[in-house]
Design a protein around this ligand. Structure first.
Ligand code: ADE
Length: 419
């Protein structure tokens, strides 16, 4: 099929974007190894791959690796504020079909996803579930050609499991998020570092000595809380899961309901995947100067509409910082419009972390290209061999050696009879 022309904000930005992509490529050794294998074996030859991911430099490099594997690649952004226009321009220049720009309106955002689907993809990578949901809604015409796909994030996996439960999923989707080489590193260390990177570069304020309230204590919340503690903050965790709440207590954090925490926090960070974590009742008791940031996939965790409704006035006081002046004179500050603060106000997770996540993605697509047909409309786990391969490649790249089980040890672990 002829390549549909890319839609990017400014093709003239390509040189800056290319520098960014070259920088990350130097720091993604696992993906580089996979690229070499893909160039040699062309496992994605003849496949049309549609990708809906945060379009920044690491993502662009993954697109180049998929193209090196023989795929025809098209990408749209998975969030209106995470696309970097210079990166998009460089990628388009390199022959990938790009439909994305920073600051897309909701109509443009879904229009770009429709353009992806117009390519009649066989394989998908989704981040948050909007591509898959559109395929199963307005664009069922394209379902028959889809062999399968991979989902990057927990919110997307939750949506997929709901579809699977309702018998609505038309093809296999692999939960890349749940792979050990993804969630243990990306969700914890990636979110932990990139959220603070985004907040600190945006506010230029100190964290030490402040009270940080973290909504959600999954892997992402653990990472955000751990790094807040390392920066010298007093950390409060809000949870609805009693097991996670106990974990937080044993990790040394205070645990309390959101309404109690609302009176105490200097920084509020949501990482729950659910909506309405901080809303009007919380805003009414927050301290003057409190800062609100979201790191969950969708901009539903901080009730921005309520904030706008109760505000006597708003203004932008720094790039990505909006001030909401309340009737009693208190001011609350919202970062990155309440969208993923690490991507809307930063560059996303560190490069070496995305090396692991995207290595899992690339190998999962290779798996689907050969095994996808006949797997059915199910949510599948990443095959353990892929997790292991990525882990081994990373250790090899770092020059780290580990022991192997002896035959005797392996037999011991596989036995159950008394000796
Ligand atoms: N960069 C590309 N995709 C990302 C993601 N899902 N989270 C953080 N950084 C990213």
């Amino acid at each position: 099929m002829a390549q549909a022309p890319s839609v990017v904000r400014d093709p003239g930005l390509a040189p800056e974007g290319r520098l960014k992509i070259d920088w990350v490529a130097r720091h993604m050794p696992v993906l580089n190894e996979i690229r070499r294998e893909f160039e040699r074996d062309k496992p994605l030859s003849g496949r049309r791959v549609a990708v809906c991911l945060h379009l920044e430099a690491k993502t662009a490099y993954l697109m180049k690796v998929l193209a090196a594997g023989g795929a025809e690649v098209a990408i749209a952004g998975s969030n209106p504020l995470s696309t970097q226009d210079d990166v998009a321009a460089a990628l388009a220049e390199d022959g990938v079909s790009v439909y994305a720009w920073h600051g897309a309106t909701p109509e443009e955002y879904f229009g770009f996803i429709h353009k992806l689907i117009d390519r009649r993809p066989n394989l998908l990578i989704d981040d948050g579930g909007d591509l898959v949901a559109t395929l199963h809604g307005a664009r069922r015409d394209a379902l028959p050609e889809v062999v399968g796909g991979a989902e990057e994030t927990r919110t997307g996996v939750m949506r997929l499991r709901n579809m699977e439960r309702d018998g609505a999923l038309a093809f296999p989707m692999v939960a890349v998020n749940d792979a050990r080489m993804k969630s243990l590193f990306d969700n914890r260390y990636g979110t932990g570092q990139s959220v603070w990177d985004g907040i600190m570069r945006t506010t230029n304020l100190v964290v030490a000595g402040k009270t940080v309230v973290v909504g959600g204590y999954g892997w992402c919340g653990k990472g955000v809380a751990m790094r807040a503690k390392g920066l010298g903050a007093n950390v409060i965790i809000c949870e609805v899961d009693p097991i996670a709440a106990n974990e937080a207590l044993m990790d040394g954090f205070r645990v309390m309901p959101t309404l109690d925490a609302a009176r105490l926090g200097d920084f509020f960070i949501t990482v729950t995947g659910c909506k309405g974590i901080f809303g009007e009742p919380h805003f009414q008791v927050m301290k003057d100067g409190a800062i609100l940031a979201n790191a969950g996939h969708f901009d539903v965790e901080v009730d921005v509409a309520a904030l706008r409704r109760i505000a006597a006035g708003t203004r932008t006081v720094r790039k990505n910082v909006e001030e909401f002046r309340l009737a009693d004179g208190r001011r609350l500050y919202l970062l990155g419009e309440g969208r993923l603060v690490n991507l809307a106000a930063g560059d996303g997770h560190p490069t070496e972390i995305m090396d692991l996540s995207f290595a899992v993605q690339a190998l999962t697509l290779q798996y689907l290209a050969t095994e996808g047909k006949g797997l059915g409309g199910r949510v599948l786990s990443v095959p353990p061999a892929i997790d292991r391969q990525v882990a081994e490649l990373r250790l090899r790249a770092l020059g780290v050696r580990i022991d192997r089980l002896s035959d005797d040890q392996a037999a011991y672990l596989a036995s159950w009879k008394e000796d």
